[in-house]
Design a protein around this ligand. Structure first.
Ligand SMILES: [Zn+2]
Length: 276
Protein backbone atom coordinates (compact mmCIF):
# COMPACT_ATOMS: atom_id res chain seq x y z
CA UNK A 1 0.00 0.00 0.00
CA UNK A 2 1.28 3.50 -0.82
CA UNK A 3 1.93 5.83 2.12
CA UNK A 4 -1.03 8.19 2.60
CA UNK A 5 1.16 11.24 2.09
CA UNK A 6 4.03 11.10 -0.38
CA UNK A 7 7.45 12.09 0.97
CA UNK A 8 7.90 14.76 -1.66
CA UNK A 9 4.61 16.37 -0.70
CA UNK A 10 5.49 16.10 2.98
CA UNK A 11 8.87 17.77 2.31
CA UNK A 12 7.11 20.57 0.45
CA UNK A 13 4.70 21.10 3.32
CA UNK A 14 7.57 21.08 5.81
CA UNK A 15 9.32 23.86 3.89
CA UNK A 16 6.06 25.77 3.62
CA UNK A 17 5.27 25.57 7.31
CA UNK A 18 8.79 26.22 8.65
CA UNK A 19 8.61 30.05 8.73
CA UNK A 20 5.25 29.84 10.52
CA UNK A 21 6.79 27.54 13.14
CA UNK A 22 9.74 29.89 13.64
CA UNK A 23 7.34 32.79 14.08
CA UNK A 24 5.30 30.89 16.66
CA UNK A 25 8.45 30.40 18.74
CA UNK A 26 9.01 34.17 19.09
CA UNK A 27 8.70 35.65 22.60
CA UNK A 28 5.43 37.45 21.69
CA UNK A 29 3.66 34.08 21.90
CA UNK A 30 3.00 32.83 25.43
CA UNK A 31 5.29 29.86 26.13
CA UNK A 32 4.51 27.12 28.63
CA UNK A 33 6.69 27.11 31.73
CA UNK A 34 9.61 24.69 31.22
CA UNK A 35 9.30 21.71 33.55
CA UNK A 36 11.80 21.06 36.33
CA UNK A 37 14.61 18.85 34.97
CA UNK A 38 13.71 15.21 35.44
CA UNK A 39 10.18 16.04 36.61
CA UNK A 40 8.56 12.98 35.07
CA UNK A 41 4.77 12.90 35.34
CA UNK A 42 2.95 9.73 36.37
CA UNK A 43 2.90 7.27 33.47
CA UNK A 44 5.23 9.44 31.37
CA UNK A 45 8.09 7.63 29.65
CA UNK A 46 11.61 9.08 29.33
CA UNK A 47 10.99 9.95 25.61
CA UNK A 48 7.66 11.59 26.59
CA UNK A 49 9.53 13.79 29.08
CA UNK A 50 12.21 14.73 26.51
CA UNK A 51 9.48 15.70 24.06
CA UNK A 52 7.65 17.81 26.62
CA UNK A 53 10.87 19.61 27.60
CA UNK A 54 11.79 20.22 23.95
CA UNK A 55 8.35 21.71 23.24
CA UNK A 56 8.67 23.95 26.31
CA UNK A 57 12.02 25.18 24.91
CA UNK A 58 10.28 26.08 21.61
CA UNK A 59 11.58 23.17 19.49
CA UNK A 60 11.07 23.31 15.72
CA UNK A 61 8.57 21.01 14.04
CA UNK A 62 11.48 18.90 12.70
CA UNK A 63 12.90 18.47 16.22
CA UNK A 64 9.48 17.53 17.53
CA UNK A 65 8.92 15.03 14.71
CA UNK A 66 12.30 13.40 15.49
CA UNK A 67 11.35 12.95 19.15
CA UNK A 68 7.93 11.46 18.44
CA UNK A 69 7.21 7.93 17.34
CA UNK A 70 5.56 4.70 18.42
CA UNK A 71 9.05 3.27 19.00
CA UNK A 72 9.30 5.60 22.01
CA UNK A 73 6.74 3.33 23.71
CA UNK A 74 6.97 -0.43 24.24
CA UNK A 75 3.76 -2.46 23.77
CA UNK A 76 3.48 -2.50 27.60
CA UNK A 77 3.89 1.31 27.77
CA UNK A 78 1.11 1.58 25.18
CA UNK A 79 -1.24 -0.57 27.29
CA UNK A 80 -0.37 1.51 30.38
CA UNK A 81 -1.11 4.76 28.51
CA UNK A 82 -4.58 3.52 27.54
CA UNK A 83 -5.32 2.30 31.07
CA UNK A 84 -4.25 5.58 32.63
CA UNK A 85 -6.16 7.58 30.02
CA UNK A 86 -9.35 5.60 30.66
CA UNK A 87 -8.90 6.01 34.43
CA UNK A 88 -8.75 9.80 33.90
CA UNK A 89 -11.85 9.62 31.67
CA UNK A 90 -14.10 7.66 34.01
CA UNK A 91 -12.64 9.37 37.09
CA UNK A 92 -13.66 12.79 35.74
CA UNK A 93 -10.09 14.09 35.38
CA UNK A 94 -9.69 13.78 31.60
CA UNK A 95 -7.03 16.12 30.21
CA UNK A 96 -8.58 16.21 26.71
CA UNK A 97 -4.96 16.49 25.55
CA UNK A 98 -4.40 19.42 23.30
CA UNK A 99 -1.14 20.32 21.64
CA UNK A 100 1.13 23.30 21.33
CA UNK A 101 0.93 24.96 17.90
CA UNK A 102 4.37 23.56 16.96
CA UNK A 103 3.53 20.06 18.09
CA UNK A 104 0.35 20.13 16.01
CA UNK A 105 2.21 21.48 12.95
CA UNK A 106 4.86 18.75 13.33
CA UNK A 107 2.13 16.23 12.62
CA UNK A 108 2.13 17.23 8.96
CA UNK A 109 5.55 15.54 8.68
CA UNK A 110 4.38 12.18 9.98
CA UNK A 111 1.82 10.38 12.10
CA UNK A 112 3.02 8.22 14.99
CA UNK A 113 0.04 6.57 16.71
CA UNK A 114 1.12 4.19 19.48
CA UNK A 115 -2.08 2.10 19.28
CA UNK A 116 -4.48 0.92 16.61
CA UNK A 117 -7.96 0.37 18.03
CA UNK A 118 -10.64 -1.56 16.17
CA UNK A 119 -13.86 -0.41 17.79
CA UNK A 120 -17.57 -0.08 17.04
CA UNK A 121 -18.99 2.90 15.14
CA UNK A 122 -21.48 3.47 17.98
CA UNK A 123 -21.67 7.21 18.74
CA UNK A 124 -21.31 6.54 22.46
CA UNK A 125 -17.88 4.93 22.06
CA UNK A 126 -15.48 7.52 20.62
CA UNK A 127 -12.09 5.87 21.05
CA UNK A 128 -9.94 8.96 21.66
CA UNK A 129 -12.33 10.29 24.29
CA UNK A 130 -12.70 7.09 26.33
CA UNK A 131 -8.89 6.69 26.43
CA UNK A 132 -8.30 10.43 26.92
CA UNK A 133 -5.81 10.59 24.06
CA UNK A 134 -4.95 13.42 21.72
CA UNK A 135 -4.28 14.13 18.06
CA UNK A 136 -2.05 11.52 16.47
CA UNK A 137 -2.12 9.07 19.41
CA UNK A 138 -4.56 6.43 18.14
CA UNK A 139 -5.11 4.95 14.68
CA UNK A 140 -8.83 4.45 14.99
CA UNK A 141 -10.67 1.85 12.89
CA UNK A 142 -14.39 1.77 13.52
CA UNK A 143 -17.13 -0.38 12.03
CA UNK A 144 -20.43 -1.58 13.51
CA UNK A 145 -19.65 -4.60 15.70
CA UNK A 146 -15.83 -4.17 15.25
CA UNK A 147 -15.71 -7.05 12.76
CA UNK A 148 -12.37 -8.15 11.35
CA UNK A 149 -12.95 -8.27 7.58
CA UNK A 150 -10.89 -7.15 4.57
CA UNK A 151 -11.49 -3.40 5.03
CA UNK A 152 -10.73 -3.25 8.74
CA UNK A 153 -7.84 -5.73 8.37
CA UNK A 154 -6.28 -3.52 5.70
CA UNK A 155 -6.42 -0.51 8.02
CA UNK A 156 -4.83 -2.50 10.85
CA UNK A 157 -2.08 -3.77 8.52
CA UNK A 158 -1.36 -0.21 7.41
CA UNK A 159 -0.93 0.99 11.00
CA UNK A 160 1.31 -1.95 11.97
CA UNK A 161 3.44 -2.11 8.82
CA UNK A 162 3.81 1.54 7.87
CA UNK A 163 3.34 3.36 11.18
CA UNK A 164 5.01 0.75 13.45
CA UNK A 165 2.11 0.93 15.87
CA UNK A 166 2.87 -1.01 19.06
CA UNK A 167 -0.54 -2.15 20.21
CA UNK A 168 -3.68 -3.57 18.61
CA UNK A 169 -6.85 -3.36 20.68
CA UNK A 170 -10.15 -4.90 19.62
CA UNK A 171 -12.80 -3.16 21.68
CA UNK A 172 -16.45 -4.13 22.16
CA UNK A 173 -18.93 -2.22 24.28
CA UNK A 174 -21.96 -2.51 26.49
CA UNK A 175 -25.29 -2.46 24.65
CA UNK A 176 -23.83 -3.06 21.16
CA UNK A 177 -26.67 -2.94 18.62
CA UNK A 178 -24.68 -4.87 16.00
CA UNK A 179 -24.06 -7.77 18.40
CA UNK A 180 -27.71 -7.70 19.45
CA UNK A 181 -28.80 -7.83 15.79
CA UNK A 182 -26.43 -10.77 15.15
CA UNK A 183 -28.39 -12.68 17.81
CA UNK A 184 -31.73 -12.26 15.98
CA UNK A 185 -33.15 -15.25 14.15
CA UNK A 186 -32.30 -15.85 10.48
CA UNK A 187 -35.53 -14.37 9.08
CA UNK A 188 -35.06 -11.09 10.97
CA UNK A 189 -31.43 -10.76 9.90
CA UNK A 190 -32.33 -11.51 6.27
CA UNK A 191 -34.70 -8.52 6.34
CA UNK A 192 -31.68 -6.21 6.84
CA UNK A 193 -30.00 -4.46 3.86
CA UNK A 194 -27.27 -6.46 2.13
CA UNK A 195 -24.27 -4.66 3.60
CA UNK A 196 -25.68 -4.76 7.13
CA UNK A 197 -26.12 -8.52 6.64
CA UNK A 198 -22.48 -8.73 5.53
CA UNK A 199 -21.36 -7.22 8.83
CA UNK A 200 -23.78 -9.29 10.92
CA UNK A 201 -22.55 -12.47 9.21
CA UNK A 202 -19.05 -11.70 10.58
CA UNK A 203 -20.48 -11.60 14.14
CA UNK A 204 -23.00 -14.48 14.03
CA UNK A 205 -20.40 -17.28 14.55
CA UNK A 206 -19.14 -15.51 17.70
CA UNK A 207 -22.53 -15.36 19.39
CA UNK A 208 -24.04 -18.63 18.12
CA UNK A 209 -22.97 -20.71 21.11
CA UNK A 210 -22.95 -18.43 24.12
CA UNK A 211 -24.23 -20.07 27.30
CA UNK A 212 -27.84 -19.56 28.39
CA UNK A 213 -27.92 -16.57 30.75
CA UNK A 214 -31.22 -15.29 32.14
CA UNK A 215 -30.19 -11.71 33.00
CA UNK A 216 -30.36 -9.78 29.67
CA UNK A 217 -27.58 -7.34 30.63
CA UNK A 218 -25.22 -10.17 31.61
CA UNK A 219 -26.16 -12.09 28.46
CA UNK A 220 -25.33 -9.11 26.24
CA UNK A 221 -22.01 -8.61 28.01
CA UNK A 222 -21.14 -12.25 27.42
CA UNK A 223 -22.11 -11.94 23.73
CA UNK A 224 -20.06 -8.78 23.20
CA UNK A 225 -17.00 -10.30 24.88
CA UNK A 226 -17.47 -13.52 22.87
CA UNK A 227 -17.40 -11.35 19.74
CA UNK A 228 -14.24 -9.55 20.90
CA UNK A 229 -12.56 -12.93 21.49
CA UNK A 230 -13.69 -14.23 18.11
CA UNK A 231 -12.40 -11.18 16.25
CA UNK A 232 -9.13 -11.35 18.25
CA UNK A 233 -8.72 -14.98 17.26
CA UNK A 234 -8.62 -13.82 13.63
CA UNK A 235 -5.72 -11.43 14.31
CA UNK A 236 -2.92 -14.04 14.24
CA UNK A 237 -4.16 -15.15 10.81
CA UNK A 238 -3.09 -11.77 9.50
CA UNK A 239 0.53 -12.13 8.28
CA UNK A 240 1.48 -8.54 9.13
CA UNK A 241 0.10 -8.78 12.68
CA UNK A 242 1.61 -12.26 13.15
CA UNK A 243 5.11 -11.11 12.10
CA UNK A 244 5.03 -8.04 14.37
CA UNK A 245 3.85 -10.11 17.37
CA UNK A 246 6.58 -12.70 16.72
CA UNK A 247 9.20 -9.92 16.90
CA UNK A 248 7.66 -8.60 20.16
CA UNK A 249 6.96 -5.33 18.40
CA UNK A 250 3.18 -5.56 18.78
CA UNK A 251 0.83 -6.63 21.56
CA UNK A 252 -2.74 -7.69 20.77
CA UNK A 253 -5.39 -7.30 23.47
CA UNK A 254 -9.17 -7.11 23.85
CA UNK A 255 -11.28 -4.54 25.67
CA UNK A 256 -14.86 -4.08 26.83
CA UNK A 257 -16.16 -0.54 27.29
CA UNK A 258 -18.99 -0.12 29.76
CA UNK A 259 -21.09 2.84 28.65
CA UNK A 260 -22.77 3.23 32.03
CA UNK A 261 -19.54 3.63 34.03
CA UNK A 262 -17.13 4.87 31.34
CA UNK A 263 -14.74 2.13 32.40
CA UNK A 264 -12.82 -0.21 30.07
CA UNK A 265 -12.12 -3.80 31.14
CA UNK A 266 -9.00 -5.10 29.43
CA UNK A 267 -8.67 -8.70 28.23
CA UNK A 268 -4.97 -9.43 28.23
CA UNK A 269 -4.07 -12.90 29.44
CA UNK A 270 -4.46 -16.14 27.53
CA UNK A 271 -7.47 -17.32 29.55
CA UNK A 272 -9.35 -14.05 29.06
CA UNK A 273 -8.70 -14.18 25.34
CA UNK A 274 -9.61 -17.84 24.80
CA UNK A 275 -12.59 -18.48 22.51
CA UNK A 276 -15.02 -20.64 24.49
ZN1 LIG B 1 -21.67 -1.42 18.84
Amino acid sequence: MKPLLSLTFAAFLATFFQPVAAHAAEPAVAQPTPPEPGAQKAGETEPDLKLREAIARGATIEDIAKLKGPSTKTPQDAIRSLKMGNARFFGGTARRPDMSANERRAQILQQTPFAVVLGCSDSRVPVELVYDQGLGDIFSVRVAGQAVEPGTSGSIEYAVKHLNTRLLVIMGHEGCGAVKAAMLDDAERKAEPENVRYLLDRIVPAVANIPKIRDPKAKMREAVIANVRKQLALAPQNPVVKAAVAKNELAVIGAFYEISSGQVDFLENEDELKVH
